[in-house]
Ligand binder design. Structure first.
Ligand SMILES: Cc1ncc(COP(=O)(O)O)c(C=O)c1O
Length: 300
């Protein structure tokens, strides 16, 4: 596998990046992470990803034990060593292992790791052109009162159960609800609905505040669209003229069908004007120095 990982203060090949099975990151999903991306040699909104990662660590009382400047250096260096122009760059902090015989998380030594691998798509451009088939899944997204979804986490059993349900129903991915009739998010993405070609709605609660979601919100506002961040009932989503996902793994991704019905009554491969406009604007930002920085090509 092409890529480079950073673990135990060393840069290693991806297959050599290994953690103990006794690390609570593995045993209890006791970890946080963040994923930034590099597109055509430039990091996109790296500071926003670092801010979110640091906030997630604080919220979980995890101490990665490295400065922000060091995290940034490690991310650049992983991409440089991997020789990737388009990359998926992850930072992780796990709880680590407790003192022998202890179950007290305060005795754990937290661990910081990172890696860069080739860009990972939720749906690659060919699939995006075809349009994604989405279903509203049966499992409820883990509620914010249990796990704060604004802290990027590995509590994914609800998503994975939902993904298998989606495959059985002939779809590609799944959207989970809050158990009270409103939409939340899916495995690796936020969701948006468009009404009347000018009102854009995305769920407010029970979701990760995606960096791509924030980008879409800003782009929609700059385009003079009416942006609403609020509760989005599933029944309202079904009446939307356009539905799209937002994710680091592919930007603005239009949905072709929702629970087997064509979104907005469109033919497959035809998408609404708002989705297309925001998708183009999202990728155009990747050359904008206000949101990007070039990967450092000098060895750290
Ligand atoms: C649960 C969840 N929601 C939303 C997102 C989208 O966040 P971002 O735009 O920062 O990639 C992700 C990304 O992995 C995610 O895991």
């Amino acid at each position: 596998m092409q890529g480079c990982a950073y673990i135990d203060e060393q840069y290693v090949a991806p297959e050599d990046a290994k953690i103990s099975i006794f690390d609570w990151g593995f045993l209890h999903s006791d970890a946080t992470y963040d994923v930034a991306h590099v597109w055509q040699g430039r990091f996109f909104r790296l500071d926003d990803h670092l801010n979110r990662f640091e906030a997630s660590c604080r919220a979980l009382r995890l101490d990665p034990g490295v400065s922000r400047q060091r995290m940034r250096e490690v991310m650049h260096e992983c991409v440089r060593r991997a020789g990737l122009a388009d990359a998926y760059v992850e930072l992780l902090c796990t709880r680590g292992r407790p003192a022998p015989g202890s179950r007290d998380p305060r005795t754990c030594t937290n661990r910081f790791m990172a890696f860069a691998i080739p860009f990972v798509w939720i749906a690659d451009p060919a699939r995006q052109r075809r349009g994604i088939d989405l279903v509203v899944g049966t499992p409820q997204r883990i509620p914010p009162s249990s796990v704060d979804p604004r802290v990027k986490n590995y509590h994914w059993l609800d998503f994975v159960t939902g993904l298998f349900e989606a495959y059985e129903r002939g779809a590609e991915t799944v959207l989970l609800t809050d158990g009270a009739g409103a939409v939340t998010e899916g495995p690796g993405f936020n969701v948006f609905a468009v009404f009347g070609g000018r009102t854009v709605v995305t769920p407010e609660r029970g979701v990760l505040e995606g960096i791509s979601r924030r980008t879409v919100i800003e782009l929609a506002q700059a385009a003079g669209l009416e942006m609403q961040v609020r509760r989005l009932p599933v029944e309202e989503l079904r009446r939307a003229d356009e539905v799209f996902l937002s994710s680091t793994g592919g930007g603005v991704i239009p949905i072709a069908t929702l629970d087997g019905l064509a979104v907005g009554g469109r033919a497959r491969g035809q998408f609404g004007p708002v989705s297309e406009r925001l998708q183009a604007a999202y990728w155009a930002l990747h050359a904008d120095p206000r949101h990007t920085e070039p990967v450092r090509m000098a060895a750290a």
